[in-house]
Design a protein around this ligand. Structure first.
Ligand SMILES: Nc1ncnc2c1ncn2[C@@H]1O[C@H](COP(=O)(O)OP(=O)(O)OP(=O)(O)O)[C@@H](O)[C@H]1O
Ligand SMILES: [Mg+2]
Length: 281
């Protein structure tokens, strides 16, 4: 669905993206994970045709982006970094307006219903909360039933329950066979949602793999357990492969004296810092 080879781009005389290569398969969620200013939105803007002055090749659905025609926009949906809605119009009027830009569109009421906004559909967007605006902005990207979705920081600034709603909507789009490219600096979202993740820093991809491989290949997995000693909780750890040989742990289990036990892998954040020398936030 997306094939990027030898991509170069600069905003000024200084190159920002010098050499970028990656591809995204049909039906997958591909994430760009990186700190602020890394170039995540820049890559999305190139792939949605907003920054055509790039070098190298960036193809979306087989089309070299700088040569796209209007038909291209019928096939993609974009949820921009900052909500772009008309505050003086109602939610329904907003959707109607954006739907009028496309040849084919989905029925609007079921879309509004799917994100719990049908009963609020005739209220002006100015009266909407941030979470409601995010949900509306998301379905705005779906009105043309796109094959490919570009989501820029879809969960940024949302409280946990609105972030959950947003993540479930993203996963439901994947189930329908859509290809999704999202950016985030939230490692939990990247781990949960993405089939592949590219770590991006200063306009360069530093690593690219599935979150599981990134974590498992580098993680020395261990078991961490705790027990009571002189009325205080004490923790111990043992390498995962040596668990069976840990006689102390065996005794705690037999005597039913374990307080807690869990495996401890590094997080995507730890791996990011190890590989890039930078923190995500
Ligand atoms: N229109 C522009 N003109 C000049 N420089 C720009 C422009 N847009 C972005 N930049 C610069 O390019 C770099 C990458 O910006 P970009 O928006 O791609 O980062 P990002 O990874 O999306 O960050 P964030 O997590 O804060 O959204 C930044 O240094 C930014 O200042
Ligand atoms: Mg950005």
């Amino acid at each position: 669905m997306i094939a990027v080879q030898g991509l170069q781009f600069s905003y000024t005389h200084k190159p920002f993206i010098e050499q970028m290569d990656f591809s995204v398969q049909e039906g997958e969620i591909f994430g760009f994970l990186g700190p602020s200013g890394a170039g995540k939105s820049t890559v999305q803007k190139i792939l949605t045709g907003l920054l055509p002055h790039y070098k190298g090749s960036a193809k979306v659905n087989g089309i070299e982006i700088k040569n796209h025609d209007h038909q291209f926009y019928e096939t993609i949906g974009v949820d921009f970094e900052f909500p772009s809605l008309y505050e003086k119009l109602t939610a329904k009027e907003n959707l109607k307006f954006f739907a009028s830009l496309y040849k084919t569109t989905l029925p609007l009421d079921p879309l509004l219903e799917s994100v719990g906004l049908l009963t609020e559909a005739n209220k002006k967007v100015a009266s909407y909360s941030k979470g409601m605006k995010s949900r509306l902005n998301f379905i705005k990207a779906l009105v043309n039933d796109p094959l490919l979705l570009f989501l820029d920081e879809p969960t940024s600034g949302l409280d946990p329950s609105n972030a959950r709603v947003m993540k479930d909507m993203i996963l439901s789009q994947k189930k329908q066979g859509k290809t999704i490219l999202l950016t985030t600096h939230n490692m939990y979202d990247a781990t949960e949602l993405c089939d592949h993740v590219a770590f991006i820093v200063d306009g360069k991809i530093r690593a690219l793999d599935s979150p599981r491989n990134l974590i498992m290949e580098r993680g020395a997995s261990k078991i961490v357990y705790s027990y009571l000693f002189e009325d205080k909780e004490v923790s111990r750890e043992t390498a995962l492969e040596n668990t069976g040989d840990d006689q102390f742990l065996g005794t705690l289990i037999k005597e039913n004296k374990l307080l807690s036990i869990h495996s401890s892998e590094p997080t995507l954040n730890d791996i990011f810092t190890e590989l890039t020398g930078r923190k995500l936030q």
